[in-house]
Ligand binder design. Structure first.
Ligand code: TMP
Length: 216
């Protein structure tokens, strides 16, 4: 474990998974892991993370709209979030843990809703040129398992949670394809395991992927 090192550049760690994958239980694992390495950590989320982003989030989760509108609103919220929160934190040497980022748009609006990935990648290039997560942790669960968890929650479902298993199959397949193209930047963990087992897999995987050379 290193001592507090304000000079090391901030690391950008993103958590992804289909609805019901168990992301929220694991966010703290990510924060604890980075803090244990002597880092100051900013925990944030998308869509959201800024005042305007949270307003856009409310629209996205509850108002009916076309897939293109949805994608553009995701990137509108992201623009504010990157400029107001993510980049300033990273530049100050803080680590950023973000609950979803652009991979979610590729998976949900691309894979799930059929918007060509090249269009979304063009928007990503515009909104956050050169900014890519150091590691994206994907909690992978079959949509049937995720659906059972959401049903157990017994609360009003948002627009995305109301999508069917076929939609989440496409979202999941897109996440897995993205992860396969960049294995040094993605960590896939089996979200059907217990929360403790998932935490352990995340910690072990981050240790491997975020290894910092001694001289830093
Ligand atoms: P959350 O429930 O994980 O906070 O995310 C809110 C919902 O927004 C979730 O169903 C996934 C969806 N979403 C997209 O469809 N595209 C995106 O780019 C992001 C960030 C989230």
């Amino acid at each position: 474990m290193s001592s507090l090192n304000p000079y090391r550049p901030g690391r950008f760690v993103v958590l992804e998974g289909i609805d019901g994958a168990g992301k929220s239980t694991q966010l703290q694992t990510l924060v604890d892991f980075l803090e244990a390495d002597g880092r100051r950590v900013v925990l944030t989320r998308e869509p959201g993370g800024t005042e305007i982003g949270e307003m856009i989030r409310t629209l996205l989760l509850h108002q009916t709209m076309r897939p293109a509108t949805e994608a553009l609103l995701m990137f509108a919220a992201r623009q504010e979030h990157v400029l107001q929160v993510v980049e300033p934190a990273l530049l100050q040497g803080r680590d950023v843990v973000c609950d979803r980022f652009t991979a979610a748009t590729l998976a949900y609006q691309g894979g799930g809703k059929g918007i060509p990935l090249c269009r979304l990648e063009g928007l990503a290039d515009w909104v956050h040129p050169g900014l890519h997560p150091d590691v994206t942790v994907l909690i992978d669960v079959p949509p049937e398992v995720a659906a059972q968890r959401i049903a157990r929650d017994n609360r009003q479902r948002d627009r995305f949670e109301q999508e069917d298993v076929e939609f989440f199959d496409r979202v999941r397949a897109t996440y897995l394809r993205l992860a396969a193209t960049a294995p040094t930047k993605w960590l896939i963990v089996d979200g059907t395991k217990s929360a403790e087992a998932v935490s352990t897999e995340i910690r072990n995987g981050l240790n491997r992927l975020l290894q910092v050379p001694e001289f830093q």
